[in-house]
Design a protein around this ligand. Sequence first.
Ligand SMILES: Cc1ncc(COP(=O)(O)O)c(C=O)c1O
Length: 404
Amino acid sequence: MSDFIEFPRIKRLPNYVFAVVNELKAKLRKEGRDIIDFGMGNPDLKPASHIIEKLCEVARKKHTHRYSMSEGIPRLRKAITNFYKERFGVELDPDKEAILTIGSKEGLSHLMLAMLSPGDIALVPSPRYPIHYYAPVIAGASVLTVPLPIEGSDSEKQEQFLRNIYETYEDSYPEPKVLILNFPNNPTTMTVDLEFFKEIVKFAKKKNLWIIHDFAYADLCFDGYKAPSILQVEGAKDIAVETYSLTKGFSMAGWRVGFVLGNPILIHNLRRLKSYLDYGMFTPIQVASIIALEGDYSVVEKAKDTYSERLDILVNGLNRAGWKVEKPKATMFLWAKIPEQFQKLGSIEFSKLLLTEAEVAVAPGVGFGEHGEGYVRFAVVENKKRIRQAIRNIKKFFKKYSGK
Ligand SMILES: Cc1ncc(COP(=O)(O)O)c(C=O)c1O
C-alpha cells in the first residue's frame, strides 16, 4: 500500500500555507541564522506562579491521576460561570450552559462535528483563524466565505460585515446552519461593539441560524477598550455559544484549557460527543484552572500590558522605518499591509523575502484565506529587545531595496 494514501476527509485538508514559510525558517535556523519569530501566536509568557504551584500540589496527591470528567469537574464549571458573571455580567448555568474543552480549538472543532453533516452550510469569515474554516470541512459540511472588511473605520467595517453576512446568507441554498465569528479578531485584530452583536443576534434568531463566537482574545484589550461578550446580548443564549480560553490572557497555551458557554442545546450535543471521545482533562490542570479563574485578575492584566508594550515598540518602530501601521485595540497581533513597493510579490513571497533578508518571520496573510492577501501578521511573542532588533533589521532591508 502506498505510504501516501490520503482518505477523502484528509484530502479536504490541504497543507497549511504557513508550511512554506516555516520550512524556510527551519532551513535558515539550521544554517545558524538567528530568526526573530513573529510567525505563530504561541504565547511566550509564563503563567502566574500560584497557578503552577497548585498544579504541582494536586499532581502529588494519590487520587488525582485517574480519569476525570470529560465535561469538566463541577467546581471548574462553577468557576468559569462566576468569572463570566463578574467580568461580563453574564449569568450561566454551570451544569447546562458550560462545558470544559481541551483548549477552545478542540471545543469549536468538536462542536462543528456534533452539529454539522454533509449538505449543511457554515458561514465563515475570510480572513479567519484556519480552524474556523476547516472544522466545518472536517465535519463534512460546505463552507461559504463571508468577506471580513479590512479597510475603513471601525463602524464602517462593522456595517459592511453585517451586509456581507446578510447577502451571503440570502444567496445561499440551502439556508446556512451556523455562523462563526471571532472578535477581537485573529488575524485582522478587528473589534466590534455590543451593538454589532445585538444586530447579528437579531438576524440569527429570525433565521434560526446558530452562532459560534470565538472569544480567545477576550482579555487582551488595550488602552481602555473592553471587548464585549456576545452573551451580553439579551436572548443571545437562544442561538449562540461563545468559546473562552485560558491560553492567551492566562498564558496557559500548552495546558489546553478552554470552555464552550451559552446555548444548552449545543452544549448538550457537544457533551454527548465528548463523552464518547475523551475522559476529561488531567484533574490537576482542572484544579489549577479554578485557582486561575478565582485568583487575582492582575496576572492577566500584566500579560495584557506586556503585549501592549511590545505592540507599541513594534508599531512605532515600523512607522519610523516607513512601514505605515496602526496599533490594534486588542489581540497579540499586528495586521500590516505589505508596503507598496513589495505588494506585487504577494504575502508568501514577501514573507520569504523578509525572512531571508531581515531574519524576521511573519505569517503571510493569504494563509488566513484569500481575503488576507496583501497583508502579513506579526504575533508579538518575542521580547522587547528582540522586537527592537527586528526593527533595525527591517530598516536595513528597506534601505537595501529602496529604489530597486
Ligand atoms: C481565534 C483563536 N481561537 C482559538 C485559538 C486557540 O485557542 P486554544 O489554545 O484555547 O485552543 C487561537 C489561538 O491562536 C485563536 O487565535
